[in-house]
Design a protein around this ligand. Structure first.
Ligand SMILES: [Zn+2]
Length: 77
């Protein structure tokens, strides 16, 4: 149970850092990089079901994973 709480906390911190960086960035720079969505697209980890920004997630034929560890853990079952 402690591990799951730790992973959830890690995902929250990662999301907070992404949001913080996004707010810190000058609007002009963000505009030139991507002119589509305001919120980053989120995907769900197939192993722990935590939502993570797609840029940080692992894209595999089996689905999205929040980390390499969960991708490997998913196949260990
Ligand atoms: Zn996961």
């Amino acid at each position: 149970m402690g591990l799951i709480r730790l992973l959830l906390l890690g995902a929250l911190i990662a999301a907070a850092i992404v949001l913080w960086r996004r707010f810190k960035q000058p609007a002009a720079k963000a505009d030139s990089q991507q002119n589509t969505a305001e919120a980053p697209p989120m995907v769900r980890c197939a192993h722990c079901h935590v939502h993570v920004p797609r840029a940080q997630a692992l894209n595999t034929p089996q689905g999205w994973f929040c980390s390499q560890a969960h991708f490997e853990a998913h196949h260990a079952d």
